[in-house]
Design a protein around this ligand. Structure first.
Ligand code: S3P
Length: 432
């Protein structure tokens, strides 16, 4: 049977990191001068951010392969009172609310079907302290009218949701607020906003102790314009890594991938599962750790993944669940309730897709158990509903590739939100 299965071999590059791409455009728009961005992710989500910024007078021009963001200085956006359509992108919605919260404007925030179900009350609550609000009040989901503040109000807050989007929204609001504002974070979430602000010499201070981190931002002070090079997205690389690990006779090298420790939970868990992964050529680029990842076919073992790992691994659970289907034993993923409010309810979407394939998977509100198998039920036509969720679509596509069985995946086109060259990249390394 193995003879019929494809193997995956080769060296590839992965498109730019989505989180850093959004931030390069948004923070670049606040710089004093022109920010050149290399390897920007050209995907629907990032284009949603780009289109929105242009409405506020930010010129963003493509020359060759690079993008040039013409910074308008901190607080320098032009007035616009209209609609921002964030498409499928939670990062666009939440970060832009942060950026716009200190301007006296009224914006109609909208998004697609999936984004319109995602919680926004948590970001509004945080931004209310700067003087912003949304109408109707107490409406947790878009569409709504977002009202910026006439003057950003200095504030000190504690973040009680482990979300980098919320933290970043707060940082962007604090950037245009007079005086020093502080935010206390008790979960370690991705820190690209802090790193980029530091790299551009913003007036930001970080104090870390054992269980918490305090961010202080001295607002209304200028930030420099410097070139930003976006590393490959580890969340996209994860699909290629796991493809190699769970296929026979495979070896894939992925160049120039973001290795920021707040994002590499996936590598730590996979190593615990006995994955053959090596990291090479580590270096720091624009304040971010970057390197090459080599992944080889492996005999995976089940793992117990505790709640504290979740923020460092939040986008990788769907493809990690696929890896668990190939691991010996029962894996457990704990403290993952946040997955229920991503682009889809990711626990439910994965369960609905995997159960008919004969995978032993069970869940509670905030956990999942998966037992590895080598007898998938593949005798009939396989239909998967990705529910407008790019990472669900890509996870099941990887499974179909490894099993060499075509799946009909509804909403597969959503892959364009983060990884438009996904199937092309797989075809490049696929050897029959
Ligand atoms: C992101 C943060 C994460 C992640 C999302 C991108 C970011 O969301 O799931 O894909 O760029 O800040 P939360 O911070 O809401 O968990």
């Amino acid at each position: 049977m193995d003879k019929k299965l494809p193997k995956f071999v080769g060296t590839i590059n992965i498109p730019g990191d989505k989180s850093i791409s959004h931030r390069a455009l948004i923070i670049g728009s606040q710089a004093t001068g022109i920010v050149k961005v290399t390897n920007l992710l050209e995907s629907a989500d990032v284009f949603s951010t780009m289109n929105a910024l242009r409405k506020f007078g930010v010129d963003i021009i493509k020359r060759g392969k690079d993008y040039y963001v013409y910074g308008l200085v901190v607080g320098g956006l032009k007035e616009y009172n209209g609609t921002i359509n964030c498409g499928n992108s939670g990062t666009t919605a939440r970060l832009l609310m942060g950026l716009l919260s200190t301007y006296p404007i009224t914006i109609n925030f909208t998004g697609d079907k999936s984004l319109s179900k995602r919680p926004m009350g948590r970001v509004i609550n945080l931004l209310r302290e700067f003087g912003a609000n949304a109408l109707p009040e107490n409406k947790n989901t878009m569409p709504f009218k977002f009202l910026g503040s006439y003057v950003g109000l200095q504030n000190d807050q504690k973040l009680n949701v482990p979300s980098a989007q919320l933290k970043s929204a707060w940082c962007l609001a604090a950037l245009n607020t007079k005086g020093i504002s502080t935010l206390e974070e008790r979960f370690e979430t991705r820190d690209h906003t802090e790193i980029m602000l530091k790299y551009l010499n913003a007036n930001i201070k970080i104090k870390k102790s054992k269980n918490k981190k305090i961010i202080s931002i001295f607002g209304k002070t200028p930030i420099d314009a410097k070139d930003i090079s976006v590393p490959g997205d580890i969340s996209s690389a994860a699909f290629m890594i796991i493809l190699a690990l769970i296929s026979k006779n495979s070896k894939v090298i992925i160049k120039n991938v973001l290795l920021n420790p707040t994002r590499t939970g996936i590598l730590d868990v996979l190593k615990k599962m006995k994955a053959k992964i090596k990291i090479k050529n580590k270096k720091i680029i624009c304040g971010e750790l970057v390197g090459d990842i080599e992944a080889k076919s492996s005999n995976l073992k089940a793992a117990i993944v505790p709640e504290k790992m979740a923020p460092r691994l939040i986008d990788e659970y769907p493809i990690l669940f696929i890896a668990a289907c190939f691991a010996k034993g029962t894996s457990q993923f704990k403290g993952i309730e946040e997955l229920r409010v991503k682009e889809s309810d990711r626990i439910q979407s994965m369960e609905l897709g995997l159960k008919p394939l004969g995978v032993k998977i069970s869940s509670t509100k905030n956990s999942v158990k998966i037992t590895g198998t080598n007898s998938f039920k593949l005798n009939k036509k396989i239909k998967i509903d990705a529910k407008g969720d790019h990472r669900i679509a890509m996870s099941f596509y990887i499974l179909s590739q490894v099993l060499n069985k075509p799946f009909k995946i509804k909403d597969f086109n959503y892959v364009k939100t983060s990884f438009p060259s996904f199937t092309k990249t797989i075809n490049k390394i696929k050897k029959n």
